[in-house]
Write a protein that binds this ligand. Structure first.
Ligand SMILES: [Zn+2]
Length: 177
């Protein structure tokens, strides 16, 4: 134990060593918390679209071929601006966007039937090229349309869903002008 040279009062017993130990421990906890927060922010930045105001939470799976995760988020934000009704439709019916190439091939999308009924688990594939936001938006609404068909127990109908993305594309183009 050490004490300050000037103070020799016996009744003040402050264990400086213990205090230093405790502050070291506290500092270690702070570092762990900061580290965990950094991981959380990293993961949520790339893998989570979060719009609490609209109650919209969509997970985005890792994109292996092109790093399009952030494009998916940008496309969702653009959709919110350009076509709020379509945005709400996506938020209410899709839980996960998977940017991996699936049955739609590259630059397309895909919806697999036989998925859980809850929207938080429903997954759509959107494998659009990097920086092609308009295409990503179109594919997102197209696959959401299939998700809704599946939810309502209807057969997947292409015509209906092409109409949905066609309508969106027209709207977005006018919106950008
Ligand atoms: Zn389709």
């Amino acid at each position: 134990m050490f004490s300050l040279a000037s103070s020799d009062s016996k009744d003040e017993k402050i264990d400086y060593a213990d205090r230093a130990y405790r502050s070291m421990k506290r500092w270690r906890i702070v570092k762990i918390v900061v580290f965990l927060l950094a991981i959380f922010f990293f993961l949520s930045h790339y893998f989570l679209y979060w719009d609490p105001g609209e109650g919209c939470f969509i997970g985005i799976k890792p994109a292996f071929l092109e790093f399009t995760n952030l494009d998916m988020k940008r496309a969702l934000r653009a959709l919110k601006q350009g076509s709020p009704e379509d945005y709400k439709m996506v938020c209410g019916n899709v839980g996960v966007i998977n940017p991996f190439i699936a049955c739609g091939g590259f630059g397309g999308g895909c919806y697999y039937e036989g998925q859980p009924k809850t929207s938080s688990n429903r997954e759509i594939y959107v494998s659009t090229a990097k920086d092609d936001l308009v295409m990503a938006m179109a594919v997102i609404v197209h696959e959401t349309c299939h998700a809704i068909q599946a939810k309502e127990g209807r057969p997947l109908n292409e015509e209906e869903c092409y109409q949905v993305d066609d309508k969106l594309l027209r709207k977005v183009v006018t919106f950008q002008e």
